[in-house]
Write a protein that binds this ligand. Structure first.
Ligand code: S3P
Length: 443
Protein backbone atom coordinates (compact mmCIF):
# COMPACT_ATOMS: atom_id res chain seq x y z
CA UNK A 1 0.00 0.00 0.00
CA UNK A 2 1.28 3.46 -0.86
CA UNK A 3 0.39 7.13 -1.37
CA UNK A 4 0.52 9.24 -4.51
CA UNK A 5 1.27 12.86 -3.66
CA UNK A 6 0.79 15.75 -6.09
CA UNK A 7 2.23 19.25 -5.60
CA UNK A 8 -0.13 21.14 -3.27
CA UNK A 9 -1.60 24.61 -3.05
CA UNK A 10 -2.36 26.92 -0.11
CA UNK A 11 -4.17 25.28 2.82
CA UNK A 12 -7.20 27.12 4.14
CA UNK A 13 -10.00 26.48 6.57
CA UNK A 14 -10.76 25.17 10.03
CA UNK A 15 -10.28 21.47 10.72
CA UNK A 16 -10.60 18.99 13.56
CA UNK A 17 -7.99 16.34 14.35
CA UNK A 18 -8.65 12.81 15.62
CA UNK A 19 -8.39 12.22 19.38
CA UNK A 20 -5.07 12.13 21.19
CA UNK A 21 -3.43 8.69 20.97
CA UNK A 22 -1.58 8.81 24.30
CA UNK A 23 -4.69 9.95 26.19
CA UNK A 24 -6.94 7.42 24.39
CA UNK A 25 -4.75 4.47 25.51
CA UNK A 26 -4.70 5.68 29.11
CA UNK A 27 -8.44 6.35 29.18
CA UNK A 28 -9.25 2.70 28.33
CA UNK A 29 -6.72 1.35 30.84
CA UNK A 30 -7.96 3.51 33.73
CA UNK A 31 -11.65 3.11 32.88
CA UNK A 32 -11.28 -0.68 32.71
CA UNK A 33 -9.75 -0.77 36.21
CA UNK A 34 -12.30 1.65 37.70
CA UNK A 35 -15.51 0.75 39.55
CA UNK A 36 -18.51 1.52 37.31
CA UNK A 37 -19.07 3.10 33.91
CA UNK A 38 -16.84 5.71 32.28
CA UNK A 39 -17.88 7.62 29.15
CA UNK A 40 -15.01 8.56 26.84
CA UNK A 41 -15.58 11.14 24.10
CA UNK A 42 -13.14 11.75 21.26
CA UNK A 43 -11.48 8.33 21.60
CA UNK A 44 -9.02 7.70 18.73
CA UNK A 45 -10.27 4.73 16.74
CA UNK A 46 -6.84 4.10 15.26
CA UNK A 47 -5.35 0.61 15.25
CA UNK A 48 -3.00 1.25 18.19
CA UNK A 49 -5.73 2.38 20.57
CA UNK A 50 -8.09 -0.32 19.27
CA UNK A 51 -5.38 -2.85 20.16
CA UNK A 52 -5.56 -1.60 23.76
CA UNK A 53 -9.37 -1.65 23.67
CA UNK A 54 -9.46 -5.21 22.28
CA UNK A 55 -6.94 -6.40 24.88
CA UNK A 56 -9.22 -5.27 27.71
CA UNK A 57 -12.29 -6.79 26.00
CA UNK A 58 -10.31 -10.04 25.90
CA UNK A 59 -9.79 -9.72 29.67
CA UNK A 60 -13.52 -9.50 30.32
CA UNK A 61 -14.15 -5.74 30.19
CA UNK A 62 -17.36 -4.79 28.36
CA UNK A 63 -16.85 -1.78 26.13
CA UNK A 64 -19.70 -0.28 24.06
CA UNK A 65 -18.52 1.60 21.00
CA UNK A 66 -20.86 4.33 19.75
CA UNK A 67 -20.33 6.89 17.02
CA UNK A 68 -19.13 9.77 19.23
CA UNK A 69 -18.32 8.04 22.51
CA UNK A 70 -17.38 4.76 24.05
CA UNK A 71 -18.66 3.44 27.36
CA UNK A 72 -16.28 1.30 29.41
CA UNK A 73 -17.92 -0.85 32.08
CA UNK A 74 -15.05 -0.96 34.59
CA UNK A 75 -14.37 -4.21 36.43
CA UNK A 76 -12.29 -2.80 39.30
CA UNK A 77 -8.61 -3.28 40.08
CA UNK A 78 -9.02 -7.00 40.76
CA UNK A 79 -11.70 -7.71 38.14
CA UNK A 80 -9.71 -8.53 34.97
CA UNK A 81 -10.02 -12.12 33.69
CA UNK A 82 -7.25 -14.30 32.28
CA UNK A 83 -7.24 -13.89 28.47
CA UNK A 84 -7.93 -17.17 26.64
CA UNK A 85 -4.94 -16.63 24.30
CA UNK A 86 -1.92 -14.36 23.76
CA UNK A 87 -2.64 -10.63 23.60
CA UNK A 88 -1.68 -9.18 20.20
CA UNK A 89 -0.87 -5.44 20.26
CA UNK A 90 0.04 -4.87 16.60
CA UNK A 91 2.36 -1.88 16.13
CA UNK A 92 1.65 -0.29 19.50
CA UNK A 93 4.60 0.22 21.86
CA UNK A 94 2.42 2.33 24.18
CA UNK A 95 -0.08 -0.53 24.63
CA UNK A 96 2.68 -3.02 25.37
CA UNK A 97 4.72 -0.91 27.78
CA UNK A 98 1.80 0.56 29.75
CA UNK A 99 -0.21 -2.67 29.93
CA UNK A 100 2.83 -4.65 31.12
CA UNK A 101 2.84 -2.57 34.29
CA UNK A 102 -0.71 -3.37 35.27
CA UNK A 103 -0.54 -6.99 34.08
CA UNK A 104 2.37 -7.62 36.47
CA UNK A 105 -0.11 -7.00 39.31
CA UNK A 106 -2.63 -9.66 38.17
CA UNK A 107 -3.13 -13.16 39.55
CA UNK A 108 -3.07 -14.68 36.03
CA UNK A 109 -0.40 -15.17 33.36
CA UNK A 110 -0.38 -13.28 30.08
CA UNK A 111 1.76 -13.08 26.93
CA UNK A 112 2.06 -9.84 24.96
CA UNK A 113 3.00 -9.95 21.27
CA UNK A 114 3.32 -7.44 18.46
CA UNK A 115 3.93 -7.04 14.73
CA UNK A 116 7.38 -7.17 13.10
CA UNK A 117 8.25 -3.61 14.15
CA UNK A 118 7.04 -3.95 17.77
CA UNK A 119 8.87 -7.30 18.01
CA UNK A 120 12.20 -5.47 17.61
CA UNK A 121 11.56 -2.68 20.12
CA UNK A 122 13.47 -2.53 23.41
CA UNK A 123 11.60 -3.83 26.46
CA UNK A 124 14.49 -4.16 28.95
CA UNK A 125 13.73 -0.56 29.93
CA UNK A 126 10.51 -1.82 31.56
CA UNK A 127 11.49 -5.42 32.40
CA UNK A 128 14.45 -4.31 34.59
CA UNK A 129 12.55 -1.93 36.93
CA UNK A 130 9.43 -4.14 37.02
CA UNK A 131 11.63 -7.07 38.10
CA UNK A 132 13.12 -4.90 40.87
CA UNK A 133 9.54 -4.28 42.07
CA UNK A 134 9.14 -8.06 42.35
CA UNK A 135 7.29 -8.67 39.06
CA UNK A 136 7.65 -11.92 37.16
CA UNK A 137 8.16 -10.69 33.60
CA UNK A 138 10.55 -11.79 30.88
CA UNK A 139 11.29 -10.67 27.35
CA UNK A 140 12.62 -12.72 24.43
CA UNK A 141 15.15 -12.17 21.63
CA UNK A 142 17.64 -9.93 23.46
CA UNK A 143 15.13 -7.89 25.41
CA UNK A 144 12.35 -7.61 22.83
CA UNK A 145 8.73 -8.88 22.72
CA UNK A 146 6.99 -11.26 23.20
CA UNK A 147 6.73 -10.53 26.93
CA UNK A 148 5.75 -13.33 29.31
CA UNK A 149 4.12 -12.18 32.53
CA UNK A 150 3.37 -14.54 35.41
CA UNK A 151 1.81 -13.88 38.82
CA UNK A 152 4.20 -12.89 41.61
CA UNK A 153 4.04 -11.96 45.29
CA UNK A 154 2.59 -8.47 45.79
CA UNK A 155 4.67 -5.83 43.99
CA UNK A 156 6.87 -3.82 46.33
CA UNK A 157 6.89 -0.10 47.13
CA UNK A 158 9.65 1.30 44.99
CA UNK A 159 11.65 4.41 44.08
CA UNK A 160 13.28 4.68 40.65
CA UNK A 161 15.14 7.34 38.67
CA UNK A 162 14.39 6.96 34.95
CA UNK A 163 17.67 6.35 33.07
CA UNK A 164 16.04 7.52 29.81
CA UNK A 165 13.41 10.23 29.39
CA UNK A 166 10.45 7.99 28.57
CA UNK A 167 6.79 8.60 29.40
CA UNK A 168 6.08 5.01 28.46
CA UNK A 169 8.50 3.65 31.08
CA UNK A 170 7.24 6.14 33.69
CA UNK A 171 3.61 5.23 32.95
CA UNK A 172 4.34 1.50 32.98
CA UNK A 173 5.72 1.85 36.52
CA UNK A 174 2.81 4.06 37.59
CA UNK A 175 0.34 1.37 36.43
CA UNK A 176 2.39 -1.26 38.28
CA UNK A 177 2.24 1.07 41.31
CA UNK A 178 -1.55 0.58 41.46
CA UNK A 179 -0.77 -2.97 42.66
CA UNK A 180 2.19 -2.22 44.97
CA UNK A 181 2.25 -2.68 48.75
CA UNK A 182 3.25 0.96 49.31
CA UNK A 183 4.07 4.21 47.49
CA UNK A 184 5.88 4.15 44.16
CA UNK A 185 8.13 7.13 43.39
CA UNK A 186 9.41 7.75 39.86
CA UNK A 187 12.02 10.45 39.34
CA UNK A 188 12.70 12.17 36.04
CA UNK A 189 15.50 14.56 35.07
CA UNK A 190 13.58 15.90 32.11
CA UNK A 191 9.82 16.01 32.35
CA UNK A 192 8.11 13.69 29.86
CA UNK A 193 4.44 13.83 28.88
CA UNK A 194 2.31 13.77 32.03
CA UNK A 195 -0.96 12.32 30.71
CA UNK A 196 -0.84 9.38 33.15
CA UNK A 197 -0.43 11.72 36.13
CA UNK A 198 -3.43 13.82 35.00
CA UNK A 199 -5.55 10.78 34.15
CA UNK A 200 -4.80 9.02 37.47
CA UNK A 201 -5.96 12.14 39.34
CA UNK A 202 -9.16 12.19 37.27
CA UNK A 203 -9.84 8.57 38.30
CA UNK A 204 -9.39 9.45 41.99
CA UNK A 205 -5.85 8.11 42.51
CA UNK A 206 -3.58 10.02 44.86
CA UNK A 207 -0.68 11.32 42.75
CA UNK A 208 1.60 14.07 44.03
CA UNK A 209 4.42 15.79 42.19
CA UNK A 210 7.47 17.04 44.07
CA UNK A 211 10.75 18.63 43.02
CA UNK A 212 13.92 17.44 44.71
CA UNK A 213 17.59 17.90 43.77
CA UNK A 214 16.66 19.02 40.27
CA UNK A 215 14.47 15.94 39.70
CA UNK A 216 10.71 15.79 39.27
CA UNK A 217 9.29 13.10 41.55
CA UNK A 218 5.95 11.45 40.85
CA UNK A 219 4.52 9.76 43.95
CA UNK A 220 1.70 7.24 43.41
CA UNK A 221 -0.19 5.84 46.39
CA UNK A 222 -1.74 2.45 45.58
CA UNK A 223 -5.52 2.93 45.81
CA UNK A 224 -8.06 0.50 47.29
CA UNK A 225 -10.24 1.20 44.25
CA UNK A 226 -10.49 3.61 41.32
CA UNK A 227 -13.50 5.88 40.61
CA UNK A 228 -15.10 5.86 37.16
CA UNK A 229 -14.70 9.15 35.23
CA UNK A 230 -15.96 10.81 32.07
CA UNK A 231 -13.18 11.91 29.75
CA UNK A 232 -13.19 14.34 26.81
CA UNK A 233 -10.13 13.61 24.70
CA UNK A 234 -8.69 16.61 22.82
CA UNK A 235 -7.37 16.50 19.24
CA UNK A 236 -3.94 14.90 18.94
CA UNK A 237 -1.13 17.48 18.79
CA UNK A 238 1.18 14.94 17.12
CA UNK A 239 -1.35 14.49 14.28
CA UNK A 240 -1.93 18.26 14.14
CA UNK A 241 1.84 18.68 13.64
CA UNK A 242 1.60 17.37 10.04
CA UNK A 243 -0.87 20.13 9.16
CA UNK A 244 1.06 22.77 11.12
CA UNK A 245 3.97 21.85 8.85
CA UNK A 246 1.89 21.78 5.67
CA UNK A 247 0.43 25.25 6.31
CA UNK A 248 3.78 26.68 7.34
CA UNK A 249 5.65 25.58 4.21
CA UNK A 250 2.93 26.19 1.62
CA UNK A 251 2.80 29.81 0.45
CA UNK A 252 -0.53 31.58 1.01
CA UNK A 253 -1.76 29.12 3.67
CA UNK A 254 -3.94 30.22 6.57
CA UNK A 255 -5.23 27.22 8.51
CA UNK A 256 -6.82 26.69 11.92
CA UNK A 257 -6.71 23.37 13.76
CA UNK A 258 -9.48 23.26 16.33
CA UNK A 259 -9.61 21.79 19.84
CA UNK A 260 -6.06 20.45 19.95
CA UNK A 261 -4.41 19.23 23.16
CA UNK A 262 -1.76 21.76 24.20
CA UNK A 263 -0.38 20.01 27.28
CA UNK A 264 2.98 21.78 27.77
CA UNK A 265 4.84 18.45 27.87
CA UNK A 266 3.74 17.87 24.26
CA UNK A 267 3.98 21.13 22.35
CA UNK A 268 7.68 22.03 22.33
CA UNK A 269 7.43 21.90 18.52
CA UNK A 270 5.36 25.11 18.60
CA UNK A 271 7.96 26.92 20.74
CA UNK A 272 10.74 25.81 18.41
CA UNK A 273 8.87 26.71 15.22
CA UNK A 274 8.04 30.14 16.65
CA UNK A 275 11.73 30.62 17.46
CA UNK A 276 12.38 29.75 13.79
CA UNK A 277 10.00 32.54 12.76
CA UNK A 278 6.70 30.69 12.33
CA UNK A 279 3.44 32.63 12.47
CA UNK A 280 1.46 30.42 14.87
CA UNK A 281 -1.24 31.64 17.24
CA UNK A 282 -3.32 29.94 19.93
CA UNK A 283 -6.92 30.95 20.67
CA UNK A 284 -9.93 29.60 22.60
CA UNK A 285 -7.63 28.17 25.24
CA UNK A 286 -9.56 26.02 27.69
CA UNK A 287 -8.43 23.88 30.56
CA UNK A 288 -10.61 20.96 31.48
CA UNK A 289 -8.18 18.47 32.96
CA UNK A 290 -6.02 18.54 29.81
CA UNK A 291 -5.54 22.00 28.23
CA UNK A 292 -6.85 22.57 24.65
CA UNK A 293 -6.78 25.38 22.10
CA UNK A 294 -7.30 26.25 18.46
CA UNK A 295 -3.98 26.60 16.61
CA UNK A 296 -3.80 29.01 13.64
CA UNK A 297 -0.88 28.80 11.25
CA UNK A 298 0.15 31.02 8.35
CA UNK A 299 2.85 30.24 5.82
CA UNK A 300 6.12 31.65 7.14
CA UNK A 301 9.76 32.13 6.27
CA UNK A 302 11.85 30.11 8.72
CA UNK A 303 15.39 30.39 10.10
CA UNK A 304 17.58 27.50 11.21
CA UNK A 305 18.16 27.00 14.95
CA UNK A 306 20.20 24.91 17.38
CA UNK A 307 17.67 22.79 19.26
CA UNK A 308 17.98 22.67 23.05
CA UNK A 309 18.41 18.88 23.68
CA UNK A 310 16.28 19.24 26.84
CA UNK A 311 13.27 19.86 24.60
CA UNK A 312 13.66 16.52 22.78
CA UNK A 313 11.30 14.46 25.02
CA UNK A 314 8.60 17.10 24.52
CA UNK A 315 8.75 16.94 20.73
CA UNK A 316 10.05 13.41 20.21
CA UNK A 317 7.18 12.36 17.92
CA UNK A 318 7.30 15.67 16.03
CA UNK A 319 11.03 15.62 15.20
CA UNK A 320 10.46 14.25 11.66
CA UNK A 321 8.15 17.25 11.07
CA UNK A 322 10.82 19.60 12.43
CA UNK A 323 13.37 18.05 10.02
CA UNK A 324 11.21 19.10 7.07
CA UNK A 325 10.62 22.61 8.45
CA UNK A 326 14.40 22.91 8.95
CA UNK A 327 14.99 21.75 5.36
CA UNK A 328 13.16 24.81 4.06
CA UNK A 329 14.62 27.30 6.53
CA UNK A 330 17.39 29.77 5.93
CA UNK A 331 20.67 28.43 7.36
CA UNK A 332 21.53 25.39 9.39
CA UNK A 333 19.51 23.52 12.04
CA UNK A 334 21.39 21.43 14.58
CA UNK A 335 19.60 18.67 16.47
CA UNK A 336 21.31 16.49 19.12
CA UNK A 337 20.23 14.36 22.09
CA UNK A 338 17.68 12.60 19.89
CA UNK A 339 19.05 9.02 20.04
CA UNK A 340 15.60 7.78 21.15
CA UNK A 341 14.46 8.44 17.57
CA UNK A 342 16.28 5.24 16.65
CA UNK A 343 14.00 3.20 18.97
CA UNK A 344 10.63 4.19 17.53
CA UNK A 345 8.39 2.31 15.06
CA UNK A 346 11.39 2.55 12.72
CA UNK A 347 14.87 4.00 13.18
CA UNK A 348 13.52 7.47 12.48
CA UNK A 349 16.96 9.07 12.06
CA UNK A 350 17.76 6.60 9.29
CA UNK A 351 14.27 6.71 7.78
CA UNK A 352 14.22 10.52 7.67
CA UNK A 353 17.74 10.73 6.27
CA UNK A 354 16.52 8.49 3.44
CA UNK A 355 13.56 10.84 2.82
CA UNK A 356 15.72 14.00 3.02
CA UNK A 357 18.30 12.61 0.58
CA UNK A 358 15.60 11.85 -1.99
CA UNK A 359 13.99 15.28 -1.52
CA UNK A 360 17.36 16.89 -2.35
CA UNK A 361 18.23 18.21 1.13
CA UNK A 362 21.84 18.42 2.38
CA UNK A 363 22.40 17.06 5.88
CA UNK A 364 24.82 15.18 8.12
CA UNK A 365 23.58 12.45 10.39
CA UNK A 366 25.00 11.60 13.87
CA UNK A 367 24.27 8.81 16.35
CA UNK A 368 21.98 11.14 18.28
CA UNK A 369 20.89 13.75 15.77
CA UNK A 370 21.35 15.59 12.51
CA UNK A 371 22.58 18.87 11.00
CA UNK A 372 20.27 20.07 8.23
CA UNK A 373 21.24 22.71 5.69
CA UNK A 374 18.06 24.65 4.87
CA UNK A 375 17.05 25.32 1.25
CA UNK A 376 15.94 28.84 2.21
CA UNK A 377 12.44 28.78 0.74
CA UNK A 378 10.87 32.18 0.48
CA UNK A 379 7.25 32.48 1.51
CA UNK A 380 6.11 33.85 -1.83
CA UNK A 381 7.68 31.00 -3.85
CA UNK A 382 5.45 30.15 -6.77
CA UNK A 383 4.37 26.59 -7.47
CA UNK A 384 6.59 26.51 -10.55
CA UNK A 385 9.54 26.85 -8.20
CA UNK A 386 8.99 24.01 -5.75
CA UNK A 387 11.82 23.39 -3.26
CA UNK A 388 11.91 19.57 -3.13
CA UNK A 389 12.68 16.93 -5.77
CA UNK A 390 9.78 14.63 -6.67
CA UNK A 391 10.65 11.33 -4.98
CA UNK A 392 9.82 7.69 -4.43
CA UNK A 393 10.12 7.37 -0.64
CA UNK A 394 10.00 4.31 1.60
CA UNK A 395 8.25 4.95 4.94
CA UNK A 396 9.67 1.72 6.43
CA UNK A 397 6.17 0.93 7.65
CA UNK A 398 6.33 3.87 10.09
CA UNK A 399 3.16 6.00 10.24
CA UNK A 400 4.93 9.23 11.20
CA UNK A 401 7.59 8.85 8.46
CA UNK A 402 4.83 8.17 5.92
CA UNK A 403 2.78 11.25 6.83
CA UNK A 404 5.79 13.58 7.24
CA UNK A 405 7.19 12.49 3.87
CA UNK A 406 3.79 12.86 2.21
CA UNK A 407 3.44 16.44 3.47
CA UNK A 408 7.01 17.23 2.35
CA UNK A 409 6.19 15.89 -1.14
CA UNK A 410 3.31 18.35 -1.50
CA UNK A 411 6.22 20.83 -1.97
CA UNK A 412 7.98 18.69 -4.60
CA UNK A 413 8.29 19.64 -8.26
CA UNK A 414 6.22 16.70 -9.53
CA UNK A 415 4.13 13.71 -8.49
CA UNK A 416 5.77 11.63 -5.69
CA UNK A 417 5.14 8.19 -4.17
CA UNK A 418 5.34 7.08 -0.57
CA UNK A 419 5.59 3.32 -0.05
CA UNK A 420 4.46 1.06 2.77
CA UNK A 421 1.95 3.43 4.34
CA UNK A 422 -0.63 1.00 5.74
CA UNK A 423 0.38 1.91 9.31
CA UNK A 424 -0.93 5.46 8.91
CA UNK A 425 -4.14 3.93 10.32
CA UNK A 426 -2.37 3.14 13.60
CA UNK A 427 -2.55 6.80 14.66
CA UNK A 428 -4.43 8.78 11.99
CA UNK A 429 -7.15 6.73 10.27
CA UNK A 430 -8.70 9.76 8.48
CA UNK A 431 -5.42 11.38 7.35
CA UNK A 432 -6.36 11.26 3.66
CA UNK A 433 -9.85 12.71 4.26
CA UNK A 434 -8.36 15.65 6.14
CA UNK A 435 -5.78 16.18 3.40
CA UNK A 436 -8.66 16.41 0.93
CA UNK A 437 -10.58 18.78 3.22
CA UNK A 438 -7.68 21.28 3.26
CA UNK A 439 -7.09 20.92 -0.47
CA UNK A 440 -4.04 18.63 -0.58
CA UNK A 441 -3.93 16.01 -3.32
CA UNK A 442 -2.74 12.84 -1.55
CA UNK A 443 -4.38 9.57 -2.58
C1 S3P B 1 4.16 7.94 24.40
C2 S3P B 1 5.43 8.32 24.77
C3 S3P B 1 6.53 8.52 23.81
C4 S3P B 1 6.02 8.64 22.37
C5 S3P B 1 4.98 7.63 22.05
C6 S3P B 1 3.79 7.74 22.98
C7 S3P B 1 3.13 7.74 25.44
O1 S3P B 1 7.42 7.42 23.90
O2 S3P B 1 7.11 8.54 21.48
O3 S3P B 1 4.51 7.82 20.72
O4 S3P B 1 1.93 7.70 25.12
O5 S3P B 1 3.53 7.65 26.62
P1 S3P B 1 8.62 7.40 24.98
O6 S3P B 1 8.07 7.97 26.22
O7 S3P B 1 9.05 5.99 25.14
O8 S3P B 1 9.69 8.26 24.36
Amino acid sequence: MGLIVKPGKALKGEILMPGDKSISHRSIMCAALAEGDSVIRGFLKGEDCLATLNAFSKMGVNIDQHDKEIVVHGVGLQGLKKPDSDIYLGNSGTSMRLMSGLLCGQSFSSTLKGDVSLSTRPMKRIVTPLTTMGANISSSNGGCPPLEINPSEKLKAFSYELPIASAQVKSCLMFAGLYADGPVVIKEKIQTRDHTELMFKKFGIHVSIEESKGLKEIHVLPPKSMDAANINIPGDFSSAAFFVLAALITPGSDLTLMNIGINKTRIALLEVLKEMGADIKLSNVSNEYEPCADISIRASELKGITLNPKLVPNLIDELPVLFIAASLAEGQTIIRGAEELREKESDRLEAMSNSLKLLGVKFKIYDDGIDIQGLNQEVNTSNSDMPFEASHINSFGDHRIAMTSAIACTRANDKSYIEDTKNVTTSFPNFLEICEEVGLDIK
